[in-house]
Design a protein around this ligand. Sequence first.
Ligand code: DP6
Length: 324
Amino acid sequence: MKAKAKANTNIALIKYWGKRDEKLFLPTNSSISITLDKFYTITTVEFKENMINDKFYLNGKESDKKEQIKISNFLDKVRKLARTNLYAIVESENKVPTAAGFASSASGFAALAAASVKALGLKLNKIELSALARCGSGSASRSIYGGYVEWQKGQRLDGKDSFARRLLPESDWDISILSVIVADNKKKVSSREGMKRTVESSPFYSAWLDTIEKDLKMTREAIKYKDFEKLGEVVERNALKMHATMLGAAEPILYFKAGTMDVIHHIHDLRLSGIPAYFTIDAGPNVKVLCKPSDEKKVYESLLSLPLVEDIIICHPGNGISYL
Ligand code: DP6
């Protein structure tokens, strides 16, 4: 009753920002992502007799109550599917800069879903696994697959049609994704809280919803025809729109730091000098820069020369869930 799985994290090209059902993790809009090859979680789950609760260790340390509850709530869903009452020991190794705007919950819950389902001998297909991972963290629904992935929001109240599907395998289109780290301090507002506050209080949220289908369509087309400039333009605009909705929230949420702004302006300057590079930013100060592999070195070196840039990790499209 033991299994081990690895899931890579993903970066949203078109963002998931807002829930229509918080308990079931049902989003207000569909989203599109790229699974990354460098950031991942490896999780071992063992269900055992004679345990009185679940135990969760992250990077070798027993985690706090809040995290334990999140994991146990998720495992309750898996136990229900398998009709078992057994508790589990969960051990995760995270190779993601946690809580710095990189979605560690995406790889975390994707790996947990895959390992716990396998440990209990459940036979779920990828779509079912994606819908299950979604119930731990929305973005985890996309990390089941490699490459370019769309999480369709679905219409149903029970969430059965809210799962991700692959748009293009990772090997079909290589692009460079530079994770630019500008600050290492823990983010103050979690994405969960940030999106909730935005939906509840931002007057700009309706404009986000009004334009999202257009952004999704452009992104699907750009991926289908491997049109890098078209992809970059829509991705950058979508990220800025998401952050604009937050600026209208009460209280406003501002994730950008001075280093974030420096990178944004630098990317605009690179474009003016003829290098097609684009950025996207999640719920934190770090920036992910998209460029063509042929420009990767130039973009890397020029970004590294910025004084507020602390580190850059170069990623490429990565694969989906694997079992170890
Ligand atoms: C800005 O998936 O972390 O990264 O579903 O509440 O766990 P929960 O939120 P989470 O939100 C990710 C938000 C984002 C955009 C995205 O990944 O689509």
